[in-house]
Ligand binder design. Structure first.
Ligand code: NAD
Ligand code: LMR
Length: 442
């Protein structure tokens, strides 16, 4: 049977051991001969690879593991690259969240000014990664990308490397489906959904099981409990932190106002920015929660394993791991399975721009994603998407041209920012904080 070589870019990610477990669980569908870990922070990655190797050893001794900071060693002759880089790491995520909040604006890693700041840091390293992969990997190699902010990354890749084999994915739609399935008491795989939008900016328009529409039932449930099961312990580790429980409860807030479709949870930041700011702790944000939680636990687990040889499995990342592996199996084996992924519009939603990077159902084949026709969308959603799309597209233009004015336009158009005055104040503070990472904006 054909075997594959896979590289993980951002090998030092907190998600790495969990994704490796998901890969090991699917070795029959995706047989691997090598896994290469690549990161620019070799020290961080080395610790994470201790855990990743321990997971691999539970399953097989047949996979060669390479831990490297050298791009050629990492990507030479590989078939797949999983990209999960956090440019600037948690220190910068914390600033993405806290600087906007200090101006009473949403502080979030992918939405609002924090997401735009993260985008300004990520495009150049993402393009560098694509160039490495095109130089060293197999011609048929695919990059399956989780690196955020996915919408801006997808637009940057579309504009700067239009022919590259990059499939941008996100675990939020599938995590939302996990909650829907738990509420309906069915398996996630039994759901057939329709969905449209941009990444972190979309809506489920239909949720069927065995051909029967269940969206009305979900709507009734959300009115009572938000998008959570009555017993919230049923929600898996990946979204069990208090901020995520609050986010899934906020689906009720959104649907109390707009019951037509089930929203992506991230829409809370655009539709209720005032409420989000009022209920945020400016001193302790999601970055702190992750650093004190997932990140700390991972490094403590590695330390304990090195001292005792006991591997406490704190790595289950649930749908985050299973989804990237599902998509990759479909790419590798040309299965044509239907998943929600990011694609260039090209008429899938005729009343949105053809060059928008949208998130919709697509069949995943060895030649890439084949989106299903969606059709025109109602004006309210179109108007929201057009505004957000403009903000993201202009941000990418600002990066390419090094334009301060375009960056300010992008910030001003973002729905989380109340005025050009506030947009400028937030942008100027973020420029100061991101000197090491952003292109010069003049
Ligand atoms: P993390 O900080 O734990 O790990 C990211 C790693 O990327 C770090 O080890 C860092 O050194 C490395 N890195 C930074 N710049 C790099 C570069 N230029 N080349 C190679 N490596 C580089 O982050 P995490 O919380 O585990 O998240 C990993 C990524 O996954 C982030 O981009 C995050 O936003 C994204 N994410 C996406 C989803 C989704 O569904 N789309 C969900 C969760 C996380
Ligand atoms: C993360 O996992 O840190 C994020 O990318 C999403 C979240 O959980 O805030």
């Amino acid at each position: 049977m054909k075997t594959f070589k896979l590289a993980v870019a951002g090998g030092g990610s907190t998600y790495t051991p969990g994704i490796i477990r998901s890969l090991m669980d699917r070795l029959e569908d995706l047989p691997l001969s090598e896994i290469r870990f690549y990161d620019i922070d070799g020290e961080r990655q080395a610790k994470v690879v201790v855990a990743a190797k321990a997971v691999i050893e539970e399953y097989t001794d047949k996979i060669k593991v390479i831990d490297t900071t050298d791009p050629q060693t990492a990507f030479e002759d590989v078939d797949f690259v999983f990209a999960q880089m956090r440019v600037g790491k948690y220190a910068m995520r914390e600033l993405d969240e806290k600087i906007p909040l200090s101006h009473n604006v949403v502080g979030q890693e992918t939405c609002g000014p924090g997401g735009l700041a993260y985008g300004l840091r990520t495009i150049a390293p993402m393009i560098e990664l694509i160039d490495y992969v095109e130089k060293y990997a197999k011609e048929t190699a695919w990059i399956v990308n989780y690196s955020n902010p996915a919408s801006i990354v997808a637009e940057g890749v579309r504009k700067l490397r239009p022919n590259s084999r990059v499939l941008n994915i996100c675990d939020m739609p599938v995590a939302t489906m996990r909650n829907i399935a738990a509420i309906l008491g069915v398996e996630r795989e039994e759901l057939e959904v329709d969905y449209f939008g941009l990444n972190h900016f979309g809506w489920f328009t239909s949720i069927k099981v065995d051909g029967v529409e269940r969206l009305p039932e979900i709507r009734e449930h959300v009115y009572k409990y938000g998008l959570l099961t009555e017993d919230i312990s049923k929600i898996d580790y990946r979204h069990a932190d208090s901020s995520w429980i609050k986010t899934f409860k906020n689906i009720k807030l959104i649907m109390d106002h707009f019951p037509e479709y089930l929203p992506n949870p991230y829409l809370q930041y655009y539709l209720f920015p005032d409420h989000i700011v009022e209920t945020s702790n400016k001193e302790y944000t999601r970055a702190n929660e992750v650093m004190d939680g997932r990140e700390k636990t991972l490094f403590e687990t590695v330390k304990k394993y090195e001292e005792t040889g006991i591997l406490e499995d704190s790595f289950a990342v649930g749908v985050h791991g299973t989804f990237i592996v599902d998509v990759t199996v479909s790419l590798a084996q040309n299965l044509g399975k239907r998943y929600l992924v990011m694609v260039e519009n090209n008429g899938t939603i005729p009343n949105l721009p053809a060059d928008a990077m949208i998130e919709v159902p697509a069949l995943i084949t060895s030649d890439g994603p084949k989106p299903e026709f969606v059709g025109d969308i109602p004006y309210f959603y179109k108007a929201m998407i057009d505004q957000q799309l403009a903000s993201e597209k202009i941000l990418v233009e600002a990066i390419v041209e090094g334009s301060y004015e375009k960056a300010l336009q992008a910030f001003t158009l973002n729905k989380t920012l109340p005025s050009a005055k506030v947009a400028k104040a937030v942008l100027d503070d973020l420029i100061e904080a991101n000197k090491e990472y952003w292109p010069t904006l003049t």
